[in-house]
Design a protein around this ligand. Sequence first.
Ligand code: ZN
Length: 276
Amino acid sequence: MATSPPPAPRPLLARLLTPVGPPEARLHERDGAAVLAVPGRYSVTYLVIGPERVAAVDVGSSADVPRVLEALAWLGRPASSLAWVTPSHLHFDHAMGVDALARATGAEVRLGRVALEASQGRRRLRWPPGLPLIRMIPTWPMQGMPFLPLADWREGLDFGVPWGKNRFRARLGAPLLEGEPLAGFPGWEVLETPGHADDALALHHAGAGFLIAGDTVRNFLGGEWNPLRCDARDFARTKARLLALGRVETAFPAHGPVLEGERVLARLNDLPWWCP
Ligand SMILES: [Zn+2]
C-alpha cells in the first residue's frame, strides 16, 4: 500500500483564500478506529473503516464517486465492502453524490431519523434564514469555486435543496439512530446534532477521540463553529453537548482540513457576524 492515498484536488482559489488551505487526503488511525478523509468537489467524504466493512459519510457530487472508489482500492477493500453511505445532513453540497456512490457499489443509503422523515415527505427541513445565508456566498470561492458537473444538474439537484424531494434510488437501509450501536463499526455511535440543519448527524468514537462532525464544524479559517444555522437555539444545545463529550482529539469537519489536538472542540472559534 502506498503511504498516502490518492491525492486530493488543490484548487488555486482555495489555496489563496483560506488561511488553512484545502483539505488533504489522509488516513487517520487511533485506538482501534480508522477514518480516511477523501476531499471532494464541495465537501469532504469520510470513509469510516470497520474490521470488514466501510461506511461513507457525505458525498457532495457524483463527480466524487471515482475518487471514493480509488480510495477504497487504495485501502485494499473491494467496492462491495462499502456497507452504507449517509449524508451528514440533506444539504446539496453533502448529498448530491450519495445516491450515485450507493448505486455504483451496491451499498445502502442510510439516513438519520429526521432526514428519513423529510425524504418520506413527512417533515419539512428548515434552511438558514436569508441574511445569514448571504454569508455562504464567499465560502464558495474559498472552496475553489467548484462548478456543478452535468450529472449534478441532472440528478443531484433533487437532493439537499429546498425544492428537492430527496428520493434515493439506491436501497434505503435502516435509519441511523442515536443510541444504537453501529453494526460492523465497533466503538462508533450516532449523535443527532441539529442547529446548522434540522437533520444534522455526527459520528463519535469515544475510544479514539474521533468526531465526524458534519457541517456543525468547519475549517476555512482555522476551525470554527459553522455560522450558518437554521435554528440558533438548537445549535447552542448541540455545541454544548459536543463540548461535553468525553474525548475528542480529532474533529473531521465537513469542509476544510482535519482539526487535531487535545480538547480540539474547545478551541473552535465563534465567528463575528461579518465573517463569511
Ligand atoms: Zn450544510
